[in-house]
Ligand binder design. Structure first.
Ligand code: GRG
Length: 286
């Protein structure tokens, strides 16, 4: 990772972390257990890539960063809700996330379910503070049964073809990543031409993110990932490396990276980190 990208990502991550810490309900708010558990789930690490992408998109479209922080951090609440629910016994039944015990393991299954519900609700409250109805509607659609939830359901159903795999990941992973960059563009009130480029960037970077996630699942240790590694193979899951081999999967991620970089270039802007962030998505090790 280049030094300037590393500096950019750590500065934005610190802003997102501060926003989350300051805007989540205090842990003593009654009933304390749900607020403690929400904070445990959200403040326990994570790359913060979705809010960072949203802020970076807004910045590339000429907006000031500070007013973007609360609505963009809402994406981390949505993402964390999906992780907490995905880890539940009825779904993935996992006990390790972000290097710590999963929320339901610490607080019990009922609180785990309610933490997800509360984070999703809290997210729309934070989004509404930006008073941008188009942005709110777009996020709702992206994580709906025609988006992220639909992808999760298709994943539960399984499949054996590349078409099925792409449907799962375009919905389960890429839609929220695309929604993140589009939110940045909408909050910056950028013209349609830029929104189209942001959508294409998000779709390509989002799918590349998942291909790399599949590769990391088979190449890295649980300690490096902070979550259970090797799960895809253990569960006999349909993944990019399982379907086409690791070398082809890596090649596909690089093709998608090219598309993302081209579209980042269309936006231009004096401060545009979208291309280096797409590169980071493809080259990351966790
Ligand atoms: C609502 C139950 C439910 C599920 C929706 C998003 C999702 C579907 C489930 C979460 C689990 C999963 C494997 C999602 C795919 C996207 C993905 C690779 C998530 C991990 O995101 P990172 O790497 O995690 O950004 P950190 O911990 O860095 O935030």
């Amino acid at each position: 990772m280049s030094e300037s990208l590393e500096t950019y990502l750590s500065a934005r991550r610190a802003q997102v972390d501060r926003t989350l810490e300051e805007n989540l309900p205090a842990p003593t708010t009654p009933p304390a257990v749900i607020h403690e558990a929400m904070r445990y789930a959200v403040l326990g690490g994570g790359k913060r890539i979705r809010p960072i992408l949203a802020v970076a998109a807004a910045e590339a479209c000429g907006a000031a960063v500070e007013p973007m922080l609360v609505p963009c951090a809402a994406l981390e609440l949505i993402h964390t809700y999906s992780l907490v629910h995905d880890d539940l016994p009825a779904l993935d039944n996992d006990d390790l996330r972000r290097g710590r015990k999963t929320t339901h393991v610490v607080y019990g299954e009922a609180i785990g379910i309610l933490v997800g519900d509360a984070l999703l609700t809290e997210a729309f409250s934070w989004l509404s503070r930006a008073e941008n109805a188009d942005g709110i509607a777009m996020i709702a659609e992206a994580i709906s049964s025609r988006g992220m939830i639909g992808g999760q359901v298709a994943d539960l159903e399984g499949g054996s073809t590349l078409e099925q795999l792409e449907f799962i990941h375009r919905n389960k992973t890429a839609k929220l990543i695309t929604a993140a960059v589009l939110l940045g563009g909408l909050l910056a009130r950028t013209p349609e031409k830029n929104l189209t480029a942001l959508r294409r960037y998000g779709e390509a970077a989002g799918l590349a993110f998942q291909i790399v996630d599949d590769l990391l699942d088979q190449e890295q240790s649980s300690a490096a990932l902070g979550k259970t590694a090797g799960k895809d193979a253990a569960q006999g899951k349909l993944t990019y490396p399982a379907l086409m081999g690791a070398a082809q999967a890596r090649k596909r991620a690089e093709e998608l990276l090219k598309v993302a970089v081209e579209n980042a270039g269309i936006i231009g802007g004096p401060v545009n980190y979208l291309a280096p962030i797409a590169r980071y998505i493809c080259e990351r090790r966790s």
